[in-house]
Design a protein around this ligand. Structure first.
Ligand SMILES: Cc1ncc(COP(=O)(O)O)c(C=O)c1O
Length: 459
């Protein structure tokens, strides 16, 4: 029998960027000035930045070389055609509209497909996605499997859709009220959890029965495919590139934040198979993003994206990318830290309700914990709990999600195993002092996506 082997990175480091250490007194001042919101910290005051994996990846030498080949023509840049080809070849969608990032694509698809009073079922909400659906007059309905809301459940495909629940939603509202199902590979808010191929195939059958489209949030589709390969029967010997193609082929269109899987610092796109919807998107993008052959991006950004898409589909890359996340997750589990299980693909999610059981949810335990980790070590994390969930559209009350999490998101190809060890030590240190930690009070609340700019003070 072959012994289990380590997952070392399939690259070597050619250029480094210094980061700076700070002391506790400095960090006390910095977090206070940031209103206890890690989004408002200055990056120079952060030692290890786990705020997000979005746009924070290290590009390869090939991608940087591609940047030098930018064709900055206003219309018809050759980089657009390279990007179009990369998407058609690797993901299989017929038509593409570039956008400045994922939410640009969400905006277009929501404005085109959603009418007032529509229902959009999906496998758990994502902040910007749901807001665009709501701004277009729709209401998001969560139809993810119940295991996804349970941080202790070790179900391997927590991104799966509860098909009985979905069918009930369709029957109750009528298929004509449902412009599409919003299906994400992997589910960020559930802890980076994948959907199974079996579930996706069954979803396709069900939606075919009712004539409903599937719009795919493919932001981390290659990470999802890695989990299918590792854990789903029949996929152990299938390359990630093939699984990704199979996933996309089961859907009708996609929104993409290329700042994740596709290894670029900025960029996204809307991909479609329906020519009519594409025509509308191509028209609308001109108002909000730019001409349909650049969509808010420079030619060089599109070139880097085209190259990043190919790199993201390498089995070796994905084994190391997810391997690093799993390394940190396993260390935290071994230290007895409550995290969402199973370990997801893009980050570790601390269960703040279990970490700080004495802090009630209305005192923002995840926001509090995120600030405490920064204070301890300069490691920047982010809240994914009641602050991110926002207020109910109808009642105006806080939404209290079952999952109150702190996300430690790992940028791709940026940090080393030693960084992972330092992060783990810091979380353990905060855990050992958890009884002394008190909650926060919100003192400033913006109207939209409040987690980005809300301010807090200590209780
Ligand atoms: C699952 C998912 N969908 C959509 C988005 C939005 O993409 P962007 O930040 O590029 O607008 C994100 C970003 O974090 C995401 O994680």
């Amino acid at each position: 029998m072959q012994k289990k082997r380590s997952w070392a990175e399939p690259y070597k480091i050619k250029m480094v960027e210094p980061v700076y250490m700070t002391d506790l007194n400095y960090r006390i001042k910095a977090i206070e000035e940031a209103g206890y919101n890690t989004f408002l910290l200055k990056s120079k005051d952060v030692y290890i930045d786990l705020l997000t994996d979005s746009g924070t990846s290290a590009m390869s030498d090939r991608q940087w070389a591609g940047m030098m080949l930018g064709d900055e023509a206003y219309a018809g840049s050759r980089n657009f055609y390279n990007l179009e080809e990369a998407i058609q070849k690797n993901y299989g969608y017929k038509y593409i509209v570039p956008t400045h990032q994922g939410r640009g694509a969400e905006h277009l698809i929501s404005q085109i497909m959603i009418k007032k009073g529509d229902i959009i079922p999906g496998n758990m909400y994502f902040t910007t996605t749901r807001l665009h659906q709501e701004l277009a007059g729709g209401t998001f309905v969560d139809v993810i499997v119940p295991e996804a809301h349970d941080s202790e459940s070790t179900y391997l495909f927590k991104g799966d859709i509860d098909l009985d629940k979905l069918e009930k939603v369709i029957e109750e509202n009528g298929a004509d009220k449902i412009p599409y199902i919003a299906m994400a590979t992997t589910v960020n808010m559930a802890g980076g959890q994948p959907i199974s191929m079996a579930n996706l195939k069954a979803l396709r059958e069900l939606t075919n029965k009712y004539g409903i489209k599937i719009i795919h949030d493919m932001t981390r589709v290659a990470e999802n495919a890695f989990m299918n390969q590792q854990h789903e029967e029949g996929y152990a010997n299938t390359p990630i590139a093939e699984i990704v193609r199979e996933i996309c082929d089961l859907t009708d269109g996609a929104t993409m934040s290329a700042k994740k899987d596709a290894l670029v610092n900025i960029g996204g796109f809307l991909a479609l198979n329906d020519e009519d919807i594409f025509d509308q998107a191509r028209n609308l993008v001109v108002i909000y993003e730019g001409l349909h052959t650049y969509g808010g991006l420079a030619g060089r950004d599109m070139e880097a994206m085209a190259i990043g898409i190919k790199e993201s589909l390498s089995d070796d890359h994905m084994r190391a990318r997810v391997g690093q996340v799993q390394y940190l997750g396993q260390k935290l589990i071994d230290a007895g830290i409550p995290i969402v299980k199973p370990i997801g693909t893009h980050g570790i999610f601390l269960d703040a309700k279990k970490f700080l059981p004495h802090v009630p949810q209305e005192h923002f335990p995840a926001q509090t914990l995120s600030a405490e980790i920064y204070l301890d070590s300069g490691v920047r994390t982010m809240e994914r709990g009641v602050v991110s969930a926002g207020r109910d559209k109808k009642t105006g009350e806080h939404r209290f999600p079952k999952l109150e999490l702190v996300r430690l998101t790992i940028p791709r190809r940026v940090y080393t195993q030693a960084h992972m060890d330092v992060i783990c030590e810091s979380v353990c240190e905060v855990y050992s002092n958890r009884e002394n930690i008190k909650g926060l009070e919100m003192i400033y609340e913006p109207e939209y996506l409040r987690f980005f700019q809300a301010r807090f003070k200590k209780r």
